[in-house]
Structure formats: C-alpha cells, structure tokens
Design a protein around this ligand. Structure first.
Ligand code: HEM
Length: 460
C-alpha cells in the first residue's frame, strides 16, 4: 500500500489504543506520535486511519493538494448536525461561494470596528471582578471566558438584539456542543432520532438556538423591506451577511444559508477564543517573569487607559504571549480529512495515502514536535518574535488550520484576544488555585478538565 510501510499499533496494542481513544484521544494520539514517528497508521478493518505530524505533509494535505481531501469525516458530519451547510462544514462550489460572500465581513478594517464592543464587554466583566476580588472569592476562569466570548460574538453578530436572551442561549450553545462531544466519544450510541434524555435535550437546545436566530433574521428582513436599507447606526456581522451579494449573479443568501452561517459563526467563534484565553491565564500564572513583562509592556504603552485597536501594534509581547498559548494549547486540537483518491506524499520519504482513508492532523501534536520547537513543552513567548516566525516551516504552527480552509475568524480572534488580555492583565493578576499541571480535556476545543479556579488580585 505504501512505498514505506507506515508504523502504528497492531493486534492487541491496537485494541487497547482504541479503548484509550475513547477516554482521551489527545493523549493517545500524542503517545502514538512519540512511539511511531511523523506518520502513524491505524488499520481499522475497512477504514484506514493516518495520523500525520510532518509540516510538509500537512501543507500538502491542507494546501497544495487540498482538493483531494474532503471534510466528509465523522468530526465534521457530527458538527453539521448543528451548523448545517455553514462554512465550517460545507464543501466544493457551495462552500467557495459562501466563503466569498462571508469573507468581506472579516476584512481587517471591519474587524477594528468591533474594538469598543470587545473592550466594553470586558470592562463590564472587570467591574464585577472588582467586587469579587474584594471578597477574596475564587472565580472559575473557564466559565468567565466562555461567558465573555459568547457575549462578544453574540454582539458582533446581532448587535444588541440578543442581549435579553444571552444567558439562555449560552446554555443552549453549550448543550449542543456537549452533545457533539458525547457522540464523538460514543459513536455507537442511539441516533439523534431516538427519544433518549440526551437526544431530547440536544433537540430542545438546538431549537432554541434556531428560533432565536431565525426570529432575528426575519426581523431584519422586514425592517430592510420597510426602511429600504439597513439601520445606519447598527453595523453588525448579520447586516453584512444580509448585504452580501454574489459578484456574478447578484443574489444574496437564502434564510437557510443565513441561519447556517450565523450558527456556525456563533459556535466556531466563541468557545475557541475562550479556550485560548483560559490557557493563556493558566500559563501566565505558572510563568511569573512572563506575566511581569506583559504588565510592564501594558503599563508603558497603555498606562491606565482602556486598551484600543491602535495600541495593538505597539504591544508585541502581548501578541507573543497569545501565540505561545495557542501553540501549547491549540483550541482546535484536531483537524480531519477524508482522502478522495489515492495520494502520494513526498517529504524526504514517500508515503501513499489510499482512497477513502481518514487523515488526522493535530495542531497540539505538531506544535510540540521537537524538530520545529526547541524544548517544546516549555512556555516561551520569545519563539514568536517576527524573525523567529519567518524562520520556521509555515505548517509547523497551525492553530487556525491552513490553505483555503484557513479559519475565516483568525484575525478577529487575534484582535479580540489581545484586547481582552491587555484589558485584564492591566488590572488583575490571576493566581491558580489547586496544583498544576492542569490537564487538558479534548472536547470540541481543548478545555481544562475540571475548570480553572483562580484567585483574582487587583494590581496596585
Ligand atoms: C482562537 C480562536 C480560533 C481558533 C483556534 C480557530 C480554529 C479554526 C481552525 C483550525 C479552523 C480550520 C478547520 C479545518 O481546516 O478543518 C477554523 C475554521 C473556521 N473558523 Fe475558526 N478558530 C478560531 C476563532 C474563530 C472565530 C472568532 C470565528 C468567527 C467569528 C471562526 C470561524 C471559523 C469558520 C467559519 C471556519 C470555517 C472556514 C472555512 O472552512 O471556510 N473561528 N477555525
């Protein structure tokens, strides 16, 4: 099957590994990459599965020969039960048309317009933190970051239309995501049509999300018709999606397409950013010199002001801290593809990937590969000076994927996260309660296994 036999677990070892895969897939994939190298092969009866951990091979799959690799995989098929044919899960010509329609909404100039929204939501959280810090009570930073990023992406999408329902919708979003994780871990459980408690909860949560989104879309369509144009004082992503027109046909999105894209952005755009921030606070708490240097940079550049978009180019260390957190704990810890036809990958050695094989790429594992990263387990933001970035193979750092399916929200996420980090680190020091290391749990994103309880200490 291949020019070189690809190593991997066999026989009883394979069976044991498959059990481990259900308990902690991240640990298992990492262990296998250490045992077997950059290409690991799992012969699972009719299904050939490959774990690929080589930057050139990853570039080949995600970019150079991306047309041969589809998203028709268990991971994305499950997600599509929530996101339908949204950008994350659609394919081919349909995906390309949608990507062209949605892309302008994420243009750099348009993102900076969200600056006030991001700092506003963060400041109101910090006012609450101020009161909590006086009591000395710990906070679950996992829950805090999830709430904050959901509020931000909700407002970026819908302006203030969702404010009243925010907490109910955040519960609904979490329920549908938990469901996806459960199904991924238990692929042989009863299908969604069966009225089990879990299935019923999932359906009801998804209905809630759908209803809220569809009501807002209908409301906007009506006011668009009545007023002739969109509200001038409102500049949210939904308006931009409503305005989007195909260049050739001049046709916009149907209600169904809009619903799918909006739910996709809501789901893809909040837990990911929250996860990256959660790990940033954990890592800073374990590396006091880095936290001191971050605070110094903020004091010198921002002083006591609320950070703004214009500050970000002058905050290189803030950026480097965030990139290093994305390296060590990439929220999207697994990317999967299905090979449509047999493919030959040349990267020093030649490997054949058979048609219909499942290919797994893990940002977590490539980000800890000793060929690309010296002392890979050590937190060191200095790896992300501009010089060092340009000296590294491009696909050795893939927190946002790569190639044509690169995350559409990467600039938005970086912008949002850096503003949030600057706003919080300027006012509070976060101290871990409990003993490190905190174990990452590979859910839809990488999350701390038992939350992240921290004490928040005001600076000055
Ligand atoms: C730190 C935060 C984020 C991380 C780590 C992240 C990671 C990723 C990754 C790895 C992919 C590619 C998946 C693949 O190729 O299979 C992706 C795609 C995507 N992400 Fe993100 N993401 C983040 C934030 C966001 C935000 C803020 C949004 C939107 C508001 C967003 C929307 C999307 C969409 C729509 C796609 C599908 C793009 C396409 O295929 O055309 N993401 N993301």
């Amino acid at each position: 099957m291949s020019s070189l036999p690809i190593p991997g677990p066999r026989g009883r070892t394979l069976l044991k590994d498959l059990q481990q895969m259900q308990i902690n897939p991240l640990f298992l994939l990492y262990k296998n990459s250490q045992e077997y190298g950059d290409f690991v092969y799992y012969p699972l009866g009719l299904l050939n599965v490959f774990l690929i951990n080589h930057s050139e091979a990853i570039q080949h799959i995600l970019s150079l020969n991306h047309r041969n690799y589809s998203k028709d995989t268990f991971q994305y098929n499950l997600l599509s039960s929530i996101t339908g044919k949204g950008l994350l899960t659609s394919e081919g010509e349909f995906w390309l048309r949608q990507r062209r329609l949605v892309q302008p909404a994420f243009h750099r100039n348009r993102i900076t317009a969200f600056s006030d929204l991001i700092t506003g939501a963060t400041q109101s959280m910090l006012e609450r933190w101020e009161r909590v810090s006086n009591t000395g009570q710990p906070l679950d930073i996992d829950a805090e970051m999830m709430q904050l990023t959901l509020a931000i992406v909700g407002k970026a999408l819908f302006g203030t239309d969702l404010t009243d329902q925010a907490s109910e919708l955040s519960r609904a979003a979490l329920t549908v995501l938990d469901y996806i994780v459960h199904r991924a871990r238990h692929p042989i459980s009863l299908p969604p049509g069966f009225p089990t408690t879990r299935n019923r909860e999932f359906k009801s949560a998804l209905n809630k999300l759908d209803k809220a989104v569809i009501t807002i879309i209908n409301h906007r369509r009506t006011s668009e018709k009545n007023g002739g144009s969109l509200a001038k004082d409102r500049e949210d992503l939904l308006d931009r999606l409503l305005e989007a027109r195909d260049e050739q046909s001049g046709v916009g999105m149907t209600d169904r397409q809009l619903r799918d894209e909006v739910i996709t952005l809501l789901i893809a755009g909040h837990e990911t950013v929250a996860s990256a921030l959660i790990w940033t606070w954990y890592l800073l708490s374990q590396n006091p010199p880095a936290a001191d240097r971050l605070r110094l940079e903020l004091a010198q550049v921002v002083g006591g002001r609320v950070p703004a978009a214009d500050d970000l180019p002058n905050l290189p260390y803030t950026r480097m801290v965030f990139e290093e957190a994305l390296r060590l704990y990439p929220p999207a810890w697994m990317i999967s593809r299905k090979a449509l036809a047999e493919d030959k990958i040349d990267c020093g050695e030649t490997f054949i990937i058979p048609a219909n094989a499942l290919v797994i790429i893990s940002p977590y594992i490539i980000h800890r590969h000793p060929t690309y990263w010296e002392s890979p387990d050590i937190f060191n933001p200095e790896r992300f000076t501009l010089d060092k970035i340009s000296g590294r193979p491009h696909f050795s750092f893939i927190p946002f994927g790569g190639g044509p399916r690169l995350c559409i929200g990467d600039s938005f996420a970086r912008f949002e996260a850096q503003l949030i980090i600057a706003s919080i680190a300027q006012r509070f020091r976060l101290e871990l309660l409990g003993n490190p290391p905190i174990e990452p749990e590979p859910l839809v994103t990488l999350r701390p296994k038992h939350g992240l309880s921290m004490r928040i200490l005001p600076i000055n």
